[in-house]
Design a protein around this ligand. Structure first.
Ligand code: MV4
Length: 516
């Protein structure tokens, strides 16, 4: 095992990796930008090194500097987390060339899956079902029309260098193809520096189901079942769960075997995820492989009973996986809500400010993977995801009840968050039936995001609550308490739109009942 690992990331995933290392008895080196000097990951690591100014292009994305820090601090390996440098083949290669271990797949596997057309070729050769379409980029609009007519409209134009939805265009008629191709190429060129675009049949209303795989350096590959990730907005997942209501044990076995075949064909090692579309007839199609640990990995950990991040580290250190495929059957139901600093009632506009008050949910079956604390400054330099609230329960219904309970326990004051949106989803009958697909959220935005109460009513109620809290405290203690200023500050910042349990009520209640 390594004695020291450099964690090349920030926020909740940096803490997640640090925790895994601590349990393995591995020392950690955090890196941080000037904006993150007081971030929890800096404090929790054994050492921390400043790597640059706030913009990630000058800090978390400067590969050579990270490698230099690893060498200088005596770390033997680098964990990239997700985002940032996690899927840059050049970085994986540079880490290896520096005599360090990249805790992730070989650079060659990242390259193989990085080009979406190459990944489709590799999948087809491995017998993996893909959406009908091309495995080469299209030359021009005439060729595109001819190809589209072989499987019919609508079709989807995709950037070959893409992934994650950039450079995609839905085309519903031959007459629209030329314009769509030109704009897809422009967007692809701007986003990836490569204007190659290919064509697929457009699948309407599918689910996004992905399979977790784990591979070691000794040729062992297992799959860890599926995650259902259909609740997404603009290619940002909001809620994930495991297992999926749409996947039977028989389908899980088939999709799992498919994912293992794709991973094997790519020479894959470490944790990875194969993304599939699952259509309304139960047909599934391989889309792409994510060559990193994913945000939503905890739901798999909870139903499969293993620590994926620890296994990433153990596999990177050369350990053989001790499991057989039959060891893995999902137990119970796990669900994750991404808590973001976005205002659902305002088009998910990013919200900035200081977290004035934070109360975390606890109790049976609740897990919080977060990177924030009271006093954290939330700016615009990084991703708006603050934390993940994850629950595990015996059944899906109980997981929904548990998530609702945990969301109601959660208070984050000082900034707007996605909390109330998640409560609305938990209360939605479509979601409760599991009747969701990748367009569901966007088709139901009004019901899921409308403010329930006008601001002035909330303001009046907050003032009343502050007065009640003050009265109750005075009555119970008989003396003025030192926390009254805190209460007022919290109530003032808590004036905001919130559909379910406005946090002023929780804060007022906790303050008034606190023994002083
Ligand atoms: C598709 C598709 C429908 N038909 N391909 C989105 C990002 C990239 N991973 C591929 N994506 C899609 N490819 C065909 N042939 C619909 C999507 C898609 C999507 C996929 C997964 C999760 C969310 C999505 C949201 C919009 C579109």
């Amino acid at each position: 095992m390594f004695s020291k690992v450099l964690v090349a990331n920030r926020g909740e995933i940096a803490l997640r990796v640090i925790r895994a290392c601590q349990e393995l008895g591995v020392k950690t080196v955090a890196v941080y930008s000037e904006a993150d000097a007081r971030a929890p990951h800096v404090r929790e690591a054994d050492e921390a090194v400043l790597i640059g100014p706030p913009p990630s292009s000058q800090s978390y994305l400067v590969g050579e500097r990270l490698i230099d820090v690893a060498l200088r601090t005596g770390a033997q390996a680098i964990h990239p987390g997700y985002g940032f440098l996690s899927e840059r083949a050049w970085f994986a290669r540079a880490v290896r060339d520096a005599g360090l271990v990249f805790i992730g797949p070989p650079a060659e596997a990242i390259d193989a899956m990085g080009s979406k057309t190459a990944a489709r070729q590799l999948a087809i050769a491995a017998g993996v079902p893909v959406v009908p379409g091309t495995t080469e980029s299209v030359r021009d609009a005439d060729e595109a029309v001819a190809i589209a007519e072989t499987f019919g409209f609508p079709v989807l134009l995709k950037a070959a260098a893409g992934g994650g939805g950039k450079g995609m265009r839905i085309v519903r008629a031959a007459s629209e193809l030329a314009d769509a191709l030109a704009s897809a190429k422009r967007e692809a060129q701007n986003a990836f520096g490569d204007d190659a675009v290919y064509i697929e049949k457009y699948i309407e209303g599918p689910r996004h189901v992905e399979i977790q795989v784990l591979a070691d350096t000794h040729g062992n590959i297992v799959h860890l079942g599926e995650r259902e990730c259909s609740v997404q907005r603009r290619h940002q997942k909001m809620i994930e769960e495991a297992p999926s209501v749409a996947v039977s044990p028989e389908l899980r076995a088939r999709m799992g075997a498919t994912a293992v075949a794709a991973a094997r064909a790519a020479g894959y090692v470490n944790a990875g995820t194969c993304e599939f579309l699952l259509d309304t007839d139960g047909q599934y199609y391989f889309l792409e492989m994510n060559t990193r640990i994913q945000v939503e990995h905890p739901v798999t950990e909870l139903v499969m009973g293993l620590d994926l991040v620890q296994w990433q580290i153990r596999v990177a250190a050369g350990e053989a996986l001790p499991f057989a495929q039959k060891d893995f059957t999902p137990r119970g139901w796990a669900m994750e809500c991404r808590i973001t600093s976005e205002d659902p009632s305002n088009g998910f506009l990013p919200s900035t400010g200081r977290i004035e008050y934070l109360h975390l949910p606890t109790g049976p079956g609740v897990r919080w993977d977060g990177g924030i604390e009271s006093g954290s400054e939330i700016g615009l330099h990084y991703d708006p995801m603050l934390a993940k609230l994850i629950v595990h329960a015996p059944t899906r219904d109980l997981a929904i009840s548990r998530m609702r309970r945990a969301l109601r326990e959660l208070t984050i004051d000082g900034i707007e968050t996605s909390r109330s949106f998640h409560l609305r989803v938990m209360d939605h009958s479509d979601f409760q039936r599991g009747d969701i697909h990748i367009q569901w959220l966007e088709q139901n935005l009004p019901a899921l995001t409308a403010p329930a109460t006008d601001r002035e009513s909330i303001r009046l109620a907050a003032i009343a609550a502050a007065l009640v809290a003050h009265e109750e405290r005075s009555a119970s203690s008989g003396t003025a308490t030192t926390s009254s200023t805190t209460t007022q500050a919290n109530d003032a910042t808590a004036v905001r739109r919130d559909a379910h349990r406005p946090s002023w009520r929780d804060v007022a209640r906790r303050e008034s009942l606190r023994s002083s």
